[in-house]
Design a protein around this ligand. Sequence first.
Ligand code: NAP
Length: 245
Amino acid sequence: MTKVACVTGASRGIGAATALKLAQQGCDVAVNYLSRADAARAVVRQLESLGRRAIAVQADLSDDAQVQQMIKTVVRELGELHILVNSAGYSSHGGIEQLAIDEWRKMLAVTLDGAFYCAKLAVPHMRQAGWGRIVNLCSLRAMTGSAHGPHYAAAKAGLIGLTKSLALELAPYNITVNAVAPGYTDTEMNQKSLAEKGEQIRASIPLRRIARPEEIASVIAFLCSDAASYITGETTNVNGGIYMR
Ligand SMILES: NC(=O)c1ccc[n+]([C@@H]2O[C@H](COP(=O)([O-])OP(=O)(O)OC[C@H]3O[C@@H](n4cnc5c(N)ncnc54)[C@H](OP(=O)(O)O)[C@@H]3O)[C@@H](O)[C@H]2O)c1
C-alpha cells in the first residue's frame, strides 16, 4: 500500500531531503512550507519526476487554524495520512538577558506547539489506517543546552518529552513516535555560524565534517519505514560523534 507522508519545513534543508528519501521509498508526499512557495514547488516537481504524487502546502505551524487547514488539504488531495515528519524550525540567538519574551514565545510556538498541533490532527488518520509514523526533529542542543539559545534548546528538549509521551500513548495503535537529533548540518539554518567559525566547528566533530542533509534524512526515512517497526520513543543522535566530546 502506498504510504502518504506530510513533511513540515520541506521547502529546503533536512525537510526537503527527507521528502525526497520518502518519495524514493515509495511514499506520496505533502511538502509544507512557510513562505518560499517556489522552493516548495521545486521539491514537488522533483518528487513527481520519481512518479510519486506530491503537493505543496503553505502553513505557519505556530497557528493551529493553519495546521488544521493543512492536514485537511493533505487528506483531501492525497487521500490518507500515515507519516508525519515535524522538521520545520528556525534558529535565533540570545542569552537570557537579551532574549525578548516574544522571541521565546515564537520559538516555542513554531517548534513545540507546531509539532503538537500537527500530531494531534494527523493521529486520527493514522489510527484509521492502523499504521503510523511520527518523527520529530530535535537537536543536539536538547541534550547539551545552549548558552546562546535557551529557547531553542528548551523547545527541542520539550520535543523529546512529547515524543516519549506520544510513543507510549499511540503504541497500541501501531503508531511509532521517534525523534532525530542532528548535529551541525549544512543547511541555511546555520550558514552564518558555519561562515564565521566553520573550521573551529569541524575540528570539534570526531568525523571532522558537517553533515549533509541527506545523512539526517536517511535516518528519518528509516524510522518511517516498516524496517523500524519495533523502535518507538527513541531519540537518535546523528552528529558525527560530537556528543561524545
Ligand atoms: N541544520 C542544522 O544544523 C540542524 C541541527 C539540529 C537540528 N536541526 C533541526 O532540523 C530541522 C530542519 O532544519 P533545517 O536545517 O533543514 O532548516 P532550514 O534549512 O532553515 O529550513 C527550515 C524549514 O522550516 C520552514 N519553516 C520555518 N518556520 C516555519 C513555520 N513557522 N511554519 C512552517 N514552516 C516553517 C521553512 O519554510 P520556508 O522555506 O518557507 O521559509 C523551511 O522549509 C529543524 O527543526 C532544526 O531545528 C537542524
